[in-house]
Design a protein around this ligand. Structure first.
Ligand SMILES: Nc1ncnc2c1ncn2[C@@H]1O[C@H](COP(=O)(O)OP(=O)(O)OP(=O)(O)O)[C@@H](O)[C@H]1O
Length: 551
């Protein structure tokens, strides 16, 4: 960045790597838990001995309620602003623009940058262009901006506030960082599992260019492990010792839905063992940096497939409970999934696409066309346990602070007697199962809304992150043309009840499928299951994820 430019800019990749800002991934003024973490990632002076409480209550000189500092004049992009700190964040009011920067009139700084949206702050000296002024002090606030058209899509940015008062700038940077440090939900230590093999094989680059810089700015220590083979991610997680588990705040998958699912399965396996490790695992959160082919998990959590957005949600320490579906196979094996399990068309598509993996994400289009032309339909007996948890209310799309999901407390069960550890088959003994027998093109049990590039509003637009419901989509045998019309409608509106006579949509809590005759295969969150006779049951809010829902 030029010395004379004062930007409120998106952070280009190179800036993250600026050695004056980032020294190493472990060092940060925000890192307080790990003794080996050194201070100084942002080159801040050592904090003076002052209690944190006194920093977030009023200080002498503050002359208006709510203020925790006096008003100070800064310049942002040539526009003068008055700024002060409150217990909520950094408040800004624009005043005038310098006569030599008339364009600054068009720059409107935000009224407030809340602490909860700040990744970190730092102070930096900048030589002035004018000979009469030796140094400019920059207070750099690292935050994010929302895209104008798509509010849920975030991009990291920095706001550079220029002043000539070096001491004040350093003090403000320090005070902001101290407040961030008190936000207990922010992670300080993460285990990052990266699948270099997933999607377009760009996971390493995505990590290096997009996610890691955000975590560095937020002062998060990351331990990165690359998977070597299928199921390795689960082994990595289950192989952690108790002290390692205690040191992490969560696990981050850099890959596709399959990788996320493996980590989730590993985490729930630890919870199933009970004891102290199970207790610790019950409080760990999962994050997904999309680097796969579909990335429905990240898309459904954040409303977009942006890696920056996912990384910022993780760095800010967002937390929301997520429904998890347990799938029990007749062989006795079980698997957990969070998006969708599908039999028929989507199962065939996945089986074909796995053979074409060398083509990258294009394989899905080719496999989809081939499966459609085959036009197979499968005989099966489907049973489900219906529910009406909406109480007749109009279905609503799930959003941040969703009141359908809100009442759910995340399940913290541990041990092998926990509900999620008992086979879904036990629910078959319950009353109220509804049975359907016939030929189906496709059968899908959708847990969340299940968004992806192919269905931006979700397969089930009214699916929620944490409502304890499955949406069972039964697509009865029909002609290829009708089925194509059904598929074509999904990207625009998802699967809606009543839209096509051959499509049934029911809300339920458990599903059982007994295949008859020729069989397809199950595809659970992008992974093929080895068995086709399955029972599935949803567990409300079983896992915690780094997300806040779609804004
Ligand atoms: N190093 C590796 N070599 C081979 N396979 C791997 C490796 N690491 C992970 N896998 C397997 O690769 C599969 C696909 O991974 P992943 O889900 O990350 O990508 P994807 O399938 O392309 O994306 P999506 O699931 O979003 O469609 C998973 O089943 C995982 O077990």
């Amino acid at each position: 960045m030029g010395q004379h430019k004062h930007k409120t800019s998106s952070i280009p990749d190179g800036v993250f790597a600026d050695p004056t800002v980032l020294v190493n991934s472990e060092a940060s003024p925000l890192n307080v838990r790990s003794p080996q973490r050194r201070s100084g990632i942002l080159r801040l002076p050592p904090p003076p001995k002052v209690s944190e409480e006194s920093l977030i209550t009023s200080t002498p000189g503050a002359h208006s309620p709510g203020k925790t500092s006096s008003e100070v004049a800064f310049t942002i992009k040539g526009r003068r602003v008055r700024a002060w700190l409150t217990s909520v964040g950094l408040n800004l009011i624009p005043t005038s623009a310098s006569w030599w920067t008339p364009w600054a009139h068009w720059y409107h700084p935000p009224d407030c940058i809340p602490f909860e949206e700040i990744l970190s702050a730092c102070a930096r000296n900048r030589p002035s262009m004018l000979p009469c002024k030796a140094l400019h002090q920059h207070l750099i606030v690292y935050t994010f901006k929302r895209q104008r058209r798509k509010r849920c899509e975030w991009k990291p940015c920095r706001i550079v506030l220029k002043s000539q008062d070096a001491e004040m700038v350093q003090e403000w940077a320090m005070r902001i960082n101290i407040v961030l440090r008190t936000e207990s939900q922010r992670p300080t230590n993460l285990l990052v599992v990266l699948n270099p093999y997933g999607g377009a094989r760009k996971a390493r680059k995505i990590w290096r260019k997009k996610a890691q810089p955000v975590f560095l700015l937020a002062g998060i220590k990351c331990t990165v492990v690359e998977t070597q083979r299928a199921e390795h991610a689960k082994e990595i997680v289950t192989g952690l010792s108790l002290s390692e588990l205690q040191s992490f705040d969560g696990f981050v998958a850099v890959g596709g839905d399959g990788l996320f699912q493996e980590i989730l399965n590993g985490l729930l396996a630890i919870r199933g063992t009970g004891g102290q490790a199970g207790q610790v695992a019950a409080h760990l959160r999962l994050g997904h940096i999309p680097a796969g082919s579909t990335d429905a998990v990240a898309y459904s959590l954040n409303g977009c497939r942006s890696q920056y957005t996912a990384a910022v949600h993780i760095a800010l320490g967002d937390r929301t409970p997520l429904d998890v579906m347990r799938i029990d196979m007749s062989s006795g094996e079980h698997r957990y999934a969070v998006c969708v399990a599908s039999y028929g068309y989507m199962g065939d598509l996945m089986r074909t696409s796995e053979r074409l993996r060398f083509l990258g994400p294009v394989r899905y289009g080719l496999a989809g066309a081939w499966t459609l032309l085959r036009g197979a339909a499968y005989e099966a007996k489907v049973s489900y346990l219906p529910c009406d948890m909406m109480g007749g209310a109009q279905p609503r799309e799930c959003r941040a602070a969703c009141n359908v999901c809100a009442p759910a407390l995340p399940s913290r069960d541990v041990g092998d007697t926990a509900a999620f550890m008992t086979s879904s088959r036990k629910s078959l003994a319950q009353d109220g199962w509804v049975h359907r027998q016939g030929r189906f093109k496709s059968i899908m049990a959708v847990v969340t809304c299940c968004r992806s590039d192919m269905s931006t509003r979700g397969l089930s637009p009214h699916g929620h992150l944490c409502d304890g419901r499955l949406h069972l989509l039964l697509v009865h045998a029909t002609s290829r043309l009708h089925y194509l019309r059904f598929l074509a409608s999904i990207p625009r509106e998802g699967v809606r009840p009543g839209r096509f006579p051959f499509v049934e949509v029911v809300d339920c809590t458990a599903v059982h499928l007994l295949p008859e005759g020729m069989q397809s295969c199950w595809n659970a969150d992008g992974e093929l299951l080895p068995d086709n006779e399955v029972t599935m049951k949803v567990h409300r809010g079983l896992a915690d994820v780094f997300a806040r829902g779609i804004e």
